[in-house]
Design a protein around this ligand. Sequence first.
Ligand SMILES: [Fe+2]
Length: 224
Amino acid sequence: MAVTTYSLPKLPYAYDALEPAISGQIMELHHSKHHQAYVTNLNKALQSHVAAATAGDIATQIALQPVIRFNGGGHINHSLFWLNLAPTASAEANPDSARALVAEIDKTWGSLDAFKKAFAAALLAIQGSGWGWLVREDGPARSLRIVTTKDQDPVVGGEVPVFGVDMWEHAYYLQVCAHLTPFVTPNPLPSRGSFPCGSMSLCLCVSLPCYACVHASLSSHREC
Ligand SMILES: [Fe+2]
């Protein structure tokens, strides 16, 4: 039985291309270490699963399900996440490049700012680690909706993820330490000194990724 081997996708920009919104340091760690770990562990689990299936070992196949779910979801989610981001100065980061999506958001939430508030509230309400998503519902209405998923669970069940924000600590801890609100709230951009942990040696505290996560994301899914 053939086993598909997954690999770490290359980023469509340099690690430091999102600065000052997201530091190059955390982008490199997030991509080359965390995402790579999901890929490595997914491949191992899939190989073990095939071996167990070949041997008729149902107990091992069952035991591997959560491992495949966690690492497979991590690979899917991060692969989408990198494509949601773009340098702030790029054309893709301008909401004008995704007018159809912005119009749909306006229709659903009243305005882009109202959506951003609702999205930030949903992100901040996640208990533990997870993801926040703007999804397009399945069915004739194809409505937009905000959903969250736990741990590394991907969006499934017919909904199409438009964009997502990684709310795991490894996505922001070098920048905002325990101050999660700034990670999802675009304005005002706090200065470095506004964080108690503002020492550059401990915490980079460079601006905030919300413009990259939300603004840029709005423009990176033209299928809407
Ligand atoms: Fe992550």
